[in-house]
Write a protein that binds this ligand. Structure first.
Ligand code: GLY
Length: 586
């Protein structure tokens, strides 16, 4: 049975049984507590709670839909036989129209009589399978569903715990026990009985009117109906997979086809690549595809595969918003920007991983993975793909912990200085809340590099930077030196910096492996842990004959003439053997 026939039969079946057919909602949900739409029930949450009236909106207590869905949590599994990020979900829903008996009967009738498939077994909820202390432990055993299945002649009924309890989606919402249908060993249909409202603290209260919410992945149903071993061999994926080079490992072909579909649908629903939330998810999908396209010959330009997806789905009324011009434009912009920047980084990543492997190390240190993500734009997914190919390992948990920690530090820094409003830059050392502030702190930042070098010129090479802090008003610079500077020394330092500024030298940077960078003699913190690849910012025409060079993430002015006049306003003790200078510019 073709997937198009499955769609038709599903909607007809439920329309003939008094269900209003409701269009798919957007992948960007109304519910702000979730990033993306993960299930058909999401657009109906407020009908379950009684806030909205289904009779008024749909003319029925029962609805059915084919909902586009996106599950970010499954991204690591994509590449196996049945996991996807983007997929379509067939679902029927009731908000007080029917409950367990009808829902189970419909399930059996559609699978066996309409689809002509054989149910292997079903599952029902049993709290004795739920771990002690779990919030679902007190939910009663679902004997009613078991009895209905028995009456319908299903022999193999298996008791399960938390696997057969749905929800809530997001922070709170309707939830309840489920019963699942398995065909050819694959779970195809999840029938949820929303009996409770689950609050933010995982406390359950009975819903006034219990409801039904079901979800059946179209791709999986097509797989069992078409009797193929993986979803990628169904008619939904065949055309896509065949555009991707057969020389690539099957896992990679699957990842590319999954991500391309996700990109087409996310962009068409208005998501744009960014560093936050849904935009970041889209960026991850895009960058992974771009990384593959850059490293390997994937067979067709990704743009052609995107166009195919749009052509494949645009014919369905729910997906008229798919627009290949927009999808390709948004993708190509990300492609151009990223290819230039990250192409070399990908090669470097391969080299770094190979070196670890040659040293007999299996796990790439999490700090390296985070460094690649943070300073080289190599996302975790790409690192993980390269690791898989080279036979080394990466630790996702550690990466996520690093990312969380970094976000918390940035946020805390921002809130302290700007009350949490509109921080556009926070490197720890520099913070700016607006474009104008950004310009000012950037000038102070470059001036700080000049100060560092001038201090070494005047006081000797034992001067070492101990820390710096730059606000819109001033730079504060701590360095090792055993005594108070004389007034003459302070003047000399100031003079050197201002002479350099007058020369209006250019500022450049170069990126390279850490060991290579250390060999250039560029200044850097002794104890600091740098990533495997670092940037060196230098003042002068080239790195080789630069007067000032330091390991640094930027930002800096392009020519030091932009800094304006430099003035030291204070020299004082910071702690034993450490002096502190405050300076201003402009
Ligand atoms: N809401 C039921 C499911 O997505 O499986």
């Amino acid at each position: 049975m073709k997937s198009e026939d499955i769609r038709k039969k599903f909607l007809e079946f439920f329309a003939n049984r008094g269900h209003a057919i409701v269009p798919s909602s957007s992948l960007i949900p109304d519910d702000p507590s979730v990033l993306l739409t993960t299930a058909g029930m999401q657009q109906f949450k407020r009908y379950y709670t009684g806030e909205l009236d289904p009779m008024k909106d749909f003319g029925s207590y029962n609805t059915a839909s084919i909902q586009k869905s996106f599950r970010t949590s499954d991204i690591d599994e994509v590449g196996d036989e049945s996991h996807l990020t983007f997929f379509e979900m067939l679902g029927n829903f009731s908000f007080g129209g029917y409950f367990k008996e009808k829902a189970v009967e419909y399930g059996r009738e559609f699978i066996e009589d309409v689809m002509g498939l054989k149910i292997d077994y079903v599952t029902v909820f049993d709290p004795t399978k739920v771990p002690a202390g779990d919030w679902r432990k007190g939910v009663p055993r679902d004997d009613e569903s078991r009895a209905i299945w028995e009456k319908l002649g299903v022999k193999d009924i298996r008791a399960e715990g938390t696997e057969v309890f749905w929800g809530p989606t997001g922070a709170e919402g309707p939830c309840g026990p489920t019963t699942e249908i398995y065909v050819n060993g694959v779970e195809v249909w999840n029938i949820v009985f929303n009996e409770f409202y689950c609050d933010k603290n995982r406390k359950l209260a009975p819903l006034k009117t219990p409801g039904v919410d079901t979800g059946m992945g179209l791709e999986r149903l097509a797989m069992v109906a078409q009797n193929v071993p993986t979803i990628f061999e169904t008619d939904l994926f065949n055309p896509l997979i065949s555009l991707i080079s057969g020389k690539l490992p099957m896992r990679v072909r699957r990842i590319i086809s999954d991500h391309i579909r996700g990109i087409a649908f996310l962009v068409s629903d208005g998501v744009r690549p960014s560093n936050k939330d849904a935009g970041y998810m889209l960026r991850r999908l895009m960058r992974r595809v771009i990384a593959y396209a850059y490293r390997d010959n994937i067979g067709s330009p990704p743009q052609d595969i995107l166009r195919l997806v749009v052509d494949q789905y645009r014919k369905f009324p729910d997906y008229r918003n798919l627009n290949s011009d927009i999808v390709i434009k948004v993708f190509s912009e990300e492609y151009e920007g990223y290819k230039e920047k990250v192409g070399p980084e990908i090669k470097a990543t391969e080299k770094i991983f190979s070196e670890y492997k040659a040293q007999g190390k299996k796990l790439i240190p999490p700090a390296v993975i985070f460094g690649l993500h943070q300073s080289a734009g190599v996302t975790f997914d790409i690192s993980s793909d390269i690791a898989e190919e080279l036979g080394v390992e990466v630790d996702r948990k550690a990466f996520e912990q690093d990312l969380d920690r970094h976000k918390k530090i940035s946020r805390a820094g921002g809130e302290k200085k700007f009350g949490g409003h509109g921080l556009i830059l926070n490197t720890g050392e520099l913070k700016a809340g607006s474009e104008e502030e950004l310009k000012k702190v950037t000038r102070l930042h470059t001036a700080t590099h000049l100060l560092n070098q001038a201090l070494r010129d005047v006081l000797g090479k034992d001067v070492r930077q101990m820390g710096s802090d730059i606000t819109v008003e001033r730079t504060r610079f701590d360095f090792t030196f055993p005594r108070k500077m004389t007034a003459d020394e302070v003047k000399k330092v100031e003079k050197i910096v201002n002479e350099k500024i007058e020369e209006n030298l250019p500022v450049g940077f170069k990126e390279m492996p850490k060991t290579e960078a250390e060999a250039t003699g560029a200044l850097h913190f002794f104890k600091s842990k740098y990533p495997e690849r670092v940037k060196i910012y230098y003042v002068g025409k080239s790195l080789e004959d630069a007067w000032s060079k330091e390991f640094c993430g930027g930002p800096h002015v392009t020519r030091i003439g932009e800094i304006g006049k430099f003035r030291i306003i204070k020299e004082e003790a910071s702690s034993a053997g450490v002096r502190r200078i405050r300076a201003i510019v402009g």
